[in-house]
Design a protein around this ligand. Sequence first.
Ligand code: SAM
Length: 242
Amino acid sequence: MPLYLANRLSFWTRALTSCSYPRDVPLLWAAIRRRRPFEIPDGVWSRIVPIMQHRGLIARQDAGLLYWAAKEWPLAGPVLELGSFQGASTAVFALAGRHVHAVDAWSLDVADISAYRGEGMSADDVFDRFCHNVEALGISHLVTVHRGLTHDVGRVWATAGAILFVDAGHTYGDVKGDLEIWTPHLHPDGLLIMHDVLNGWRPAPGVTRAASELLRNGWRVVASAGSIVAFVRMRRDMGAHD
Ligand SMILES: C[S@@+](CC[C@H](N)C(=O)[O-])C[C@H]1O[C@@H](n2cnc3c(N)ncnc32)[C@H](O)[C@@H]1O
């Protein structure tokens, strides 16, 4: 079997076995129906790869969906990004021309420290690298940093977002709290993007569970690629396909 096919099969086997049944069936079905390839231009991706070499946490197909969202979502306004780490996703959004509010604790004093595992860098080092990357990419004017716990920052938040990207703590409690606290800050026609919902390589069952619950709470799937599933509120699709 070709390596590419073996990799895809392995990804899906892991993804499907990390879901709970029958709970996650509607989510899986909706995501599979709306999966399609999203491209990120070579010229943009090649600027982000140096960040990835220091353990950036997004794959190219995930970056493609983020780039598409930032470029094409027909609503002006910033990205509210929960979980920035060294700035890979921040860079994708900003290089597509969106202002990004980057919210991250950059601290090991969080419930989920999985991003730092094997990194060999302190949280302060990672924060310094985030700042360095933003500066080096020439996107400082498009990035506002909010260093703190997402739940704390969200409780006093005042700026509406056109896109909400959820990729901070990956426990069920973290994600459920982020959705409860932050979705009211997303414009009614905004796009909610959740990372690691279908991650065959690094399953995050808490993220998948919280994403499944969205379908029972007035949200519907509009796009999916890689580990990402993107949602809109049920009342309007903004041109999404059924
Ligand atoms: C998976 S990484 C984000 C990856 C990033 N989006 C990228 O493209 O590389 C998760 C980030 O969330 C942060 N984090 C985890 N729990 C958090 C919390 N409760 N509040 C704020 N940040 C948190 C971690 O510090 C880490 O930088």
